[in-house]
Design a protein around this ligand. Structure first.
Ligand code: SF4
Length: 471
């Protein structure tokens, strides 16, 4: 007997690519799909609807998005639907359709909340091929009123997205062209979501946006982030241990922000401030703040207010016109600041951006060589900054466990306040296992590597699954 579609609720399989901001949108989509009685599946094969929340930021990310869509399209069985959502669908919808004819629907970045409507429309038209393109751009003037997603807490940690879009004019970036100008979520809605996430088990909230430090500017109240952070800290109870701030913009790191970071114990002394370069000439061509004295001033104030602060940044190497002298300027800057953590990317020209049209594009082999030299300079700095942690006792959020290669000895894995999820390192605890994921334990740091720390736990209680003893 053929099973009729109505016999079971619609089953979806959602794949998220790209950054934490995309992940938050996916969580919102999941909430709406599940509220509409749709269920998620472990594998694409079991699903009625395949959804890919794509990334369109850089060339490699776009290729990955197309690759995943093509693979799913090839494996599609009769009646199965494929939806491309997110940045690449928004930005290059035509390209997606040309390269993946099996796509049945496109959904724009600010319209993820229409996912249920799109699925129902496509399901309703089953049997006849019915392509749907849902509100790709939306109205740039309308307020950013996303429904509060069902809390999604992974290993005791959750992302909290406070705004969408960006007002900055960075010459290499396409995000404002498809995400639009900054739209801040209402403060009360963000705080309500923070409370719900803590109720759902979040011990850590990771604050994300394109530029978190521009929060509120669209309401005529720039520098509203300190007010938001204060409200989050006050409205949540002690179950919330860490509030972590990502994606600060140089020039928007105000004294008020530094003060609230230093005064609120829940806000971890950690800041990710992507600077993109360390030479004023390159920064000017990037259309980024080029006043390095201001950056030094921010960092001096941050370190004075929070001596234990961990500073993370990212750089682009091989930007068009980057001379050897400019690159050396970046290396000198990196030496001078001594960041704890540095991420780097070789420049990738994005079609339609001013940077892609600049003269003097840097050859790929020069980019690769500069990337390697930057990392060579940074690695001993990261190692020294990690070694300075040896002897400290740090709170560590348990993320999972594994085994040491060769010996098979158990290995507990976690993060301290010095590590953001997914981008930074780990605290490795050899010889231990059985502590539930999402628990926060104290760890005595006994060793350091370039990216990770090593430690042993100071255990005060017995966890149910196994009795753990100090070594
Ligand atoms: S601040 Fe970030 S998101 Fe905004 S334009 Fe610059 S690179 Fe793009």
């Amino acid at each position: 007997m053929t099973r009729k579609r109505e016999d079971h609720p619609t089953r979806y399989h959602l794949i998220t690519l790209g950054c934490p901001k995309n992940q938050v949108d996916s969580e919102g989509m999941e909430m709406l799909l599940q509220q509409a009685a749709m269920t998620s599946t472990e594998t694409p094969e079991e699903a009625d609807v395949l959804i890919v929340n794509t990334c369109g930021f850089l060339g490699a990310a776009k290729e990955e998005s197309i690759g995943v869509l093509q693979e799913l399209a090839q494996g599609k069985r009769s009646g199965q639907l494929l939806i491309a959502a997110g940045c690449m669908a928004q930005r290059d919808g035509e390209q997606v359709l040309a390269q993946v004819p099996g796509v049945d629907g496109l959904l724009g970045t600010r319209r993820w909340m229409e996912i249920v409507e799109l699925v129902r429309t496509l399901r309703g038209g089953q049997g006849k091929r019915q392509f749907q393109r849902y509100s790709l751009l939306g109205d740039p003037e309308e307020p950013f009123q996303a429904p509060v997603p069902r809390p999604q807490v992974v290993s005791g940690s959750a992302y909290l997205k406070i705004s969408d879009g960006c007002n900055a004019p960075c010459a290499f970036c396409t995000i404002p062209s498809f995400k639009g100008k900054l739209r801040s979520r209402p403060l009360e809605a963000v705080v309500d979501e923070a409370v719900a996430l803590v109720d759902a088990g979040a011990k850590e909230l990771v604050i994300v946006a394109q530029d978190t430090t521009d929060y509120g500017r669209d309401w005529g109240q720039p520098d509203s982030l300190p007010r938001l952070l204060n409200a989050i800290c006050q409205r949540t109870d002690d179950r919330l241990r860490w509030v972590r701030l990502m994606y600060a913009y140089p020039g928007h790191v105000s004294d008020a922000l530094i003060q609230v970071m230093a005064e609120q114990p829940k806000i971890v002394p950690y800041l990710d401030m992507p600077l993109q370069h360390g030479d004023p000439r390159t920064l000017r061509r990037m259309r980024r703040p080029s006043n390095l004295d201001m950056v030094h001033d921010h960092i001096r104030k941050l370190r004075a207010a929070m001596p234990d602060i961990t500073l993370r940044t990212t750089f682009i190497v091989g930007y068009p016109g980057e001379t050897e002298a400019e690159f050396q300027g970046l290396l000198d800057f990196v030496q001078a600041i001594q960041f704890d953590k540095v991420g780097a990317f070789p420049f990738s020209p994005e079609p339609g951006t001013p940077a892609a049209a600049l003269p003097d594009q840097v050859p790929e082999e020069v980019k690769a060589e500069r990337y390697a030299r930057l990392m060579e300079i940074q690695q001993p700095i990261s190692l020294a900054r990690n070694q300075a942690q040896v002897g400290r006792v740090l709170d560590v959020l348990v993320e999972g466990e594994g085994a040491i290669q060769g010996s098979g000895e158990p290995l507990l894995l976690g993060r301290s306040y010095r590590d953001a999820p997914e981008v930074d390192g780990l605290v490795l605890i050899p010889g231990f296992a059985g502590i539930p994921v999402g628990e926060m334990i104290q760890v005595h740091v006994t060793g350091a590597m370039e990216y990770d720390l090593v430690g042993e736990p100071l255990l005060e209680r017995t966890f149910s699954s196994r009795t753990l003893e100090l070594k």
